[in-house]
Design a protein around this ligand. Sequence first.
Ligand SMILES: [Ca+2]
Ligand SMILES: [Ca+2]
Length: 173
Amino acid sequence: MLTLVASSSGSSNSCRLAEIGINRVAAPFSTASFATATGFGIITKYRTIKIVLPDYVVSVLKAPTTAVPGQIIDVNDTTKNQGGGSIASTTTRFYLSTDTKFSADDIPLQGRVVRPLGFGESSPGSTSVTISSDTPPKKYYLIAVADNGKAVDEGSKETNNTKYRAITIKPLL
Ligand SMILES: [Ca+2]
Ligand SMILES: [Ca+2]
């Protein structure tokens, strides 16, 4: 939460917001509003607003359920920002994992650049992903990671950035 001091004129609040570098809030700042008199007899109005950080997620992930080593597959995802607006481009990257959890030992594959997303905006995209020819055939999970590399500060919302689909890598005949 951030407390701003603005003048008693409602129309000037946006000017004060701009002065401290805030040009976008996700909701009207109506949480609390009251006036108080200072010792100099000047009326000052306080308003408390909640600054909403971006929250990136992968809302849609579509990929083949089988592939062979060396194959190039089309992976379709939709990356969504379900939080406050972002001014940074991000990368949604794909990984091959032996479990459903994104971890440091997962195999990095291709990714795609996602333009800056405003409040509630989505970016659908298709990525050509190469399954390395030395991938041992077995069952894997293809994990998509939104904002891979953490270009955007999401506060406590960094833990919901992945989505997975099972994919079986079959031996070459
Ligand atoms: Ca997130
Ligand atoms: Ca893993």
